[in-house]
Ligand binder design. Structure first.
Ligand code: CU
Length: 136
């Protein structure tokens, strides 16, 4: 999931409303894409998120410009940028990550359902390809 969609991670975009429109599940990966040095990403507590004060409450800091953060717990996450006053200007959002829905009885339900999706997609591709060949 690319944070901010085509806006990527930058100032002048409302991330709170972006995040509100989406659902997040354990295993999802947030991708923060930006010019290295212009921004950063801090995984912080709710208090640090609200105050934009990163003197405490920082769980992790990312600053490569291509930060992939896997959401591996069902909990609330809070992300801010601490470059200049970007946080106060809207470079912050919080999300609730929900536990994966297990549809299978075995413990690898999540990965097996994912490979089923891949298999379905592959079949769809093959179907489209054969239709194209038929049309040509
Ligand atoms: Cu920033």
């Amino acid at each position: 999931i690319t944070v901010g969609g085509e806006n990527r991670w930058t100032d002048g975009f409302g991330y709170a409303s972006w995040a509100d429109k989406l659902n997040f599940t354990v295993g999802d990966v947030l991708v923060f894409s930006y010019t290295k040095g212009s921004h950063n990403v801090l995984d912080v507590t709710r208090a640090a998120y609200q105050s934009c004060d990163n003197s405490s409450g920082v769980n992790a800091k990312y600053e490569t410009g291509d930060d992939h953060i896997e959401l591996n717990e069902a909990k609330s996450y809070w992300f801010i940028c601490t470059v200049d006053s970007h946080c106060r200007l809207g470079m912050r959002f919080g999300i609730n990550v929900s536990a994966p829905v297990t549809t299978s009885v075995n413990q690898t339900g999540d990965s097996s359902s994912r490979s089923n999706i891949n298999a379905g997609f592959y079949l769809l591709l093959v179907g489209i390809m054969s239709m194209l060949i038929f049309i040509v």
